[in-house]
Design a protein around this ligand. Structure first.
Ligand code: BLA
Length: 311
């Protein structure tokens, strides 16, 4: 009916259709992750003075090669936070959210990591405060940052159970707080995901406010190198790469990954991927295209309820 027009697609994705004789109003099932970013930033500016990151000038919004997919980027910094950045991708069939917070090397606070991928009816979720240091050989790192907040994880462990096998290499970037889960879309699950996201974020924000500057140069160096290793891993092997290449083409995807999402990979250190992950080297010193050498592992959660690694 040509007289039907889509009159409004509001922010919360209520769509109304109107004609002379009929009127429909309905919610699109697709989620929008933009409000996740807005709420986290709203909480941040209540407590912390944020400044726009210089990256914001180069990355604000993009349209995919399909002409339909929208990418929205936000980037801030503060006196302690090196980079607080968000990317939301949306089209009719997929919604992606990648929100991360990286401290300056003077602070050993974990990396805030929220990665949500929604397609049709399926959701893949990683929500964590990724440890900067290995939890096994820095036992006081675990006590310092995770021990007191494990209740946040337990609040959601029933609604968001372990998502099953994943790339084996990923586990050393995760903490016992990690929410790794897959689920089919429902309002209940998405509302719970929103609460979990904000609770994890508040816990991280609180740490960033409490932390004191590290004065020991060797410790600052160790923090810097740990963050660089993390960035090097994700800039090379993150599961989102294939989709970004499809949406933007090789060159723009690479720039987005190295300059925006995992900014610091070219500035915080000089080591190359192979230096950190020599098992990926193939003849001629090039990096293997394989996502994983170990393969899919960890069918069940490798931490006990106290957060002790049980492998
Ligand atoms: C899947 N994303 C996954 C999986 C994990 C993550 C664990 C399951 C597949 C696997 O085992 O590798 C997320 N992995 C992480 C995170 C870390 C890690 C956060 O090691 C941190 C250290 N995901 C995104 C973005 C996109 C995306 C930005 O974060 C798209 C632009 C897509 N993730 C995506 C897709 C899949 C996925 C399409 C399913 C495809 C696959 O399993 O490879």
């Amino acid at each position: 009916n040509p007289s039907v027009l889509i009159s409004t697609i509001s922010k919360n994705r209520n769509i109304s259709l109107r004609s002379k004789h009929q009127r429909f109003s309905f919610r699109v099932s697709a989620v929008s992750y933009k409000k996740f970013a807005e709420s986290a930033l709203q909480e941040t500016i209540k407590r912390v003075v944020l400044e726009p990151s210089p990256l914001q000038e180069r990355y604000s919004s993009m349209t995919g090669l399909d002409g339909k997919t929208q990418l929205q980027m936000l980037a801030f910094k503060s006196p302690k936070i090196r980079l607080l950045r968000s990317m939301a991708i949306e089209n009719e069939t997929i919604q992606v959210f990648d929100f991360a917070g990286f401290m300056k090397p003077e602070y050993d606070i974990p990396i805030f990591c929220a990665n949500f991928f929604t397609s049709a009816n399926m959701n893949i979720v990683v929500l964590d405060l990724n440890p900067l240091h290995q939890l096994t050989d820095h036992t006081n790192y675990q006590d310092k940052y995770y021990k007191n907040i494990m209740s946040i994880y337990h609040k959601y462990d029933e609604i968001f159970p372990w998502g099953g096998k994943l790339t084996g290499e990923s586990i050393k970037f995760f903490s016992p707080l990690v929410m790794w889960t897959r689920f089919s879309s429902s309002h209940e699950k998405h509302n719970a995901l929103f609460s979990a996201f904000l609770e994890y974020y508040q816990a991280w924000l609180e740490m960033t406010i409490q932390v004191k500057e590290e004065m020991e140069p060797s410790q600052v160096r160790a923090n810097r190198e740990a963050q660089h290793k993390y960035l090097t891993w994700r800039a090379q092997k993150d599961p989102g790469h294939a989709l970004l290449r499809k949406l933007l083409g090789e060159a723009k995807a690479k720039a987005l990954l190295r300059d925006f999402l995992f900014n610091g990979v070219d500035e915080l250190g000089t080591k190359a991927f192979i230096d950190y992950f020599p098992e990926y080297e193939i003849e001629g010193g090039t990096v293997s295209d394989k996502r994983s050498i170990i393969g899919k592992s960890f069918e069940t959660r490798p931490w006990d309820s106290n957060g002790r690694f049980i492998g």
